[in-house]
Ligand binder design. Structure first.
Ligand code: MG
Length: 207
């Protein structure tokens, strides 16, 4: 299983970090050891002083495929989750400045928080999927997939040109604006706004 992540996929988020809006999806990966599931806490990594949350809609790939044509892309996913692409922003800035790979800032243990999956059809409104992240009781990120630069089907087609999609792979589809620092003691909770339950779908304490 691999975790494929898309960077800068919402224009407002690209702007808030002073990044150009990409012409093609920006792709990076995390290893399966980055997964943080079952509402487990994240222990603040000792190597960063600026750990950021990035809430993202996550697709679960449901079948194998290479060079998926656009007309068939929607057949490759039917369940979605919410995830947090935890980022050591200070380390990422240093690596970006040097033109080095991002892995130690983005792919460390626990850096891919993930909720349970729900059927896509259960969380779709007429334009897409609306979602939010709270830090403690404050909404810190709010997004809607209508604002994606590269939509789900495009991502499936594009990613599968380079990497064989395999059943169970995850695609973190990018974060909306509002990324920010977390600190020890914070409680992050994320929800789709349609069919919101009484308990948060995504839950993660920072310890
Ligand atoms: Mg991200």
């Amino acid at each position: 299983m691999k975790i494929i992540c898309i960077g800068r996929n919402y224009g407002e988020h690209a702007k808030e970090l002073n990044n150009p809006v990409p012409k093609q999806p920006l792709i990076f990966m995390k290893p399966s050891s980055a997964l943080l599931i079952n509402k487990k806490p994240l222990y603040y990594p000792e190597f960063t002083k600026d750990l950021h949350h990035e809430i993202e809609v996550v697709l679960k790939v449901k079948k194998n495929g290479r060079h998926v044509q656009p007309a068939f892309a929607s057949e490759y996913y039917e369940e979605v989750a919410l995830g947090i692409d935890f980022t050591a922003r200070d380390i990422q800035k240093e690596l970006k400045a040097k033109g080095h790979p991002w892995e130690i800032a983005k792919a460390f243990d626990g850096s891919a928080a993930l909720s349970e999956f729900v059927p896509l059809s259960a969380v779709l409104d007429k334009d897409g999927i609306e979602f939010q992240l709270k830090n403690n009781d404050e909404v810190v990120q709010h997004g809607h997939t209508k604002d994606l630069i590269f939509h789900f089907n495009y991502l499936i087609t594009h990613v599968s040109k380079y990497f064989k999609l395999q059943m169970g792979d995850l695609i973190y589809t990018g974060t909306p604006s509002g990324v920010g620092a977390v600190k020890v003691g914070d409680t992050l909770s994320g929800d789709f706004l349609k069919n919101k339950g009484s308990e948060p779908l995504l839950y993660c304490e920072i310890r």
